[in-house]
Design a protein around this ligand. Structure first.
Ligand SMILES: [Zn+2]
Length: 380
C-alpha cells in the first residue's frame, strides 16, 4: 500500500518517513488508531516503505520488485498475525492467510466486523492465541529473504490472550536483530501495560470531516453534497462511511427486489417468482434476513399509510413515493398475517432451512393474503 492511498494523516506519514530517512526505526511500534481512521493502512504503507528499494522522499516507488510483492501482500519478509476463530484446522493466522490477503487487499480499512464476515464466524470470537506467538517467533527466526528488515504486523493486537501476550512480551524484550514489530490496535487499554510500555506509540487520530468527505466522494463517486452528509454522519471514521454507503445501496436494491416480488405475488406470476428466488437465494443468510426485515418494515409502513396517510410514515424518497401504489393491498384484514408469515420465514431461514423452498412457500401465502379485499375500499 502506498502512503498516497491512505486517507489524510499527512503528519503521521511524514513522521514515519523520517524514521526511515534518519535511520531511527524503532523496533516495536504501536499504531493506536481511532476506529476507521487508517491505523492498518498506515502500518501497511510503512512496511512497504521500509522495504522499498527505490524510496522516494514522500512515498514508496510502487515499481520495485519489493513494492510489487507488498501490493499483493506476498513479500517474504512481511509477516502478519491477526485474530482467528480457533478450530481443529485453524490454530494460527497462517491457516487462513488467503482469506486475510483477500480481505485486506479488498478493503485495507478492515474492521473486526468485516473480518468476522470473511471468516464466517457467526457469533464466535476470534483471538490471537498462544500458538500464534510461537509462530511469530518461528517466522522471525528465519533469515531475511530479500530485505534488511523482517516486519511483523499484528492486527488487533488487543485480541491476544494473556498467554500470547506474555510470550510476545519476551520477544519484544529481546527482539531478534533487524526486526520490526508493528502492532495495530483500536483499544490500547485492552493491551497488557508491559507491552504498551515496550512500544513506541503512533497515535492515529479521527479523520477531519473535509478529508473524509473528499475521500468518499472520490472513492464512491458521490456528489459533493452527499459525500459531506456521509462524512458528517460517520464521525471521522472511513469504515463507518463505507458501511453507510453500502447500506444505502443495499436499501435501494432491496426496494427494487421487494417491488418486483410483490408485483409477482399479486399476479401469481410463477416465472417471476423463480427469478426472485434466484436473486434472493444468492444472498448470504444475513442478507436474506436483512431483506425480510426490510419487507416487514415496508408492510408496516403500508398499514400506517392506510390508517393515517403520510402522517405516520417514516420512510422517505422512493419508498414513500411507492407507498400509495401498494398500500391499498395491505390493510386491517391481512396486515397482521402478512407480518406473521414473513416473521415465520425469517425464523426458518435462521434455522438453516432451504431459502428457495421457504420463500416459494411464503410467496404462495402472500399471494393469498394480498387478495383478501380491503374493507375500506369495499365501503367506498
Ligand atoms: Zn519500491
Amino acid at each position: 500500500m502506498l502512503f498516497q492511498h491512505v486517507i489524510g494523516q499527512q503528519d503521521i506519514k511524514q513522521r514515519l518517513i523520517q524514521t526511515v530517512a534518519g535511520n531511527r526505526i524503532s523496533h516495536a511500534q504501536l499504531f493506536f488508531g481511532y476506529p476507521g481512521a487508517g491505523a492498518l493502512p498506515l502500518a501497511l504503507a510503512y512496511a512497504q516503505y521500509v522495504h522499498c528499494t527505490n524510496r522516494q522522499p514522500d512515498d514508496s516507488c510502487g515499481e520495485c520488485p519489493s513494492c510489487k510483492k507488498h501490493e499483493k501482500m506476498v513479500h517474504p519478509d512481511a509477516h502478519f498475525a491477526y485474530p482467528v476463530v480457533l478450530s481443529k484446522d485453524v490454530r494460527v493466522s497462517t491457516h487462513v492467510i488467503p482469506k486475510w490477503r483477500e480481505a485486506v487487499l479488498n478493503e485495507p480499512y478492515l474492521t473486526l466486523d468485516n473480518w468476522l464476515d470473511v471468516l464466517d464466524a457467526e457469533s464466535k470470537q476470534p483471538i490471537i492465541a498462544a500458538e500464534e506467538s510461537g509462530e511469530i517467533l518461528r517466522k522471525l527466526s528465519l533469515t531475511t529473504f530479500e530485505a534488511e528488515y523482517k516486519i511483523m504486523i499484528i492486527w488487533l493486537a488487543e485480541r491476544m490472550n494473556v498467554q500470547a501476550a506474555n510470550k510476545l512480551l519476551k520477544i519484544l524484550e529481546e527482539p531478534p536483530d533487524k526486526t520490526l514489530f508493528l502492532l495495530v490496535t483500536e483499544q490500547e487499554d485492552h493491551l497488557l501495560r508491559t507491552i504498551v510500555s515496550r512500544t513506541q506509540l503512533v497515535r492515529v487520530h479521527r479523520l477531519p470531516d473535509a478529508e473524509l468527505a473528499a475521500a468518499v466522494q472520490q472513492k464512491f463517486e458521490l456528489s459533493a453534497a452527499d459525500a459531506e452528509k456521509i462524512a458528517f454522519q460517520s464521525d471521522g471514521n472511513f469504515a463507518s462511511a463505507r458501511k453507510l454507503i453500502q447500506e444505502q445501496e443495499q436499501a435501494a436494491q432491496n426496494l427494487t427486489l421487494f417491488q418486483s416480488w410483490m408485483r409477482s405475488c399479486l399476479k401469481y406470476d410463477v416465472a417471476k417468482w423463480m427469478e426472485f428466488l434466484e436473486v434472493f437465494s444468492k444472498g448470504s443468510r444475513e442478507e436474506q434476513k436483512q431483506f425480510l426485515t426490510y419487507a416487514l418494515e415496508l408492510i408496516r409502513e403500508c398499514l400506517m399509510w392506510g390508517y393515517a396517510g403520510e402522517q405516520l410514515v417514516r420512510v422517505a424518497g422512493e419508498e414513500k413515493a411507492w407507498l400509495p401504489k401498494f398500500a391499498p393491498f395491505v390493510h386491517v384484514n391481512n396486515g397482521q398475517q402478512l407480518m406473521e408469515q414473513i416473521n415465520q420465514a425469517m425464523k426458518h431461514i435462521d434455522r438453516n432451512g432451504s431459502s428457495k423452498i421457504i420463500m416459494l412457500d411464503l410467496s404462495f401465502k402472500i399471494n393469498e393474503l394480498l387478495h383478501i379485499p380491503n374493507p375500506a375500499k369495499l365501503k367506498a
